[in-house]
Write a protein that binds this ligand. Structure first.
Ligand code: SF4
Length: 234
């Protein structure tokens, strides 16, 4: 249940499951696909559900790991009570052996609640930006108290020139993987790589867009970019 195929993390932790769509990047939501495949486990995808029994899981994981928080939904969804979000933060605050990756599209609520959260160093906070019309999310991210702020530009659906990368510690880029995937031009990814290079920001290239795994490589200029903040992989 906690294993993941997402290449930029090691483990997932889902004290919340399910979600509702909010923007273009949600069209082929992988969480929705998984939820539909296992209806007995997830129920109706649009019914955001708290999994209280999972809250303390990371406390039991002794080996330090990179943990994607709520990979099957969005922690800052309106249906997740603020008190519960605080409980999730409390566990992350206690688990200094782990690094937690929180990724959201609900940036207004994120910014509003940010002052109430304890942003320990082991919490990386990211926002998804799939097209240039969603770059406003980066401004909300910048206004939070997180020490490590990152961008997930996936599925990348268009060129995003002139990103404001001030205060950003990590950028992930990836194309869409689905039967009806939307194409991503390699130039768009390369342009973001160059923007990151200009400001010395670690860059992770997850994959090309495509349906079959064999059609999706993770190379730009013939090499792998799997850099992380605070770690140097090249
Ligand atoms: S916000 Fe994320 S989990 Fe929620 S519907 Fe969109 S892609 Fe899926």
């Amino acid at each position: 249940m906690n294993s993941t195929k997402i290449s930029w993390t090691e483990k997932s932790w889902n004290p919340v499951i399910n979600c509702t769509k909010i923007s273009a990047g949600c069209k082929n939501c992988y969480a929705e696909k998984i939820a539909k495949r296992y209806p007995d486990t997830f129920g109706e995808f649009s019914k955001v559900t708290l999994k209280r029994e999972r809250l303390n899981e990371p406390l039991k994981w002794k080996k330090p790991q990179l943990i994607f928080v709520v990979s099957m939904g969005d922690l800052f969804h309106k249906d997740v009570p603020t008190d519960y979000i605080k409980k999730v933060f409390n566990v992350m605050n206690q688990c200094q052996q782990h690094t937690f990756q929180v990724l959201t599209k609900r940036v207004e609520r994120l910014e509003e609640l940010s002052p109430e959260m304890n942003w320990t160093q082991n919490i990386w906070l990211g926002v998804s930006v799939e097209e240039s019309r969603y770059t406003f999310r980066i401004n909300h991210l910048r206004n939070t108290g997180a020490n490590v702020k990152f961008l997930s530009l996936e599925p990348l659906l268009g060129n995003i020139p002139n990103l404001n990368l001030q205060g950003i510690s990590w950028v992930i880029v990836g194309g869409e993987s689905a039967v009806n995937y939307r194409p991503m031009r390699k130039e768009w990814a390369i342009d973001i790589l160059q923007q990151c290079r200009k400001y010395n920001i670690p860059f992770f290239y997850k994959q090309d867009a495509g349906y079959k795994k064999a059609d999706r490589n993770n190379l730009l200029y013939g090499r792998i970019y799997n850099e992380y903040p605070l770690l140097t992989n090249n």
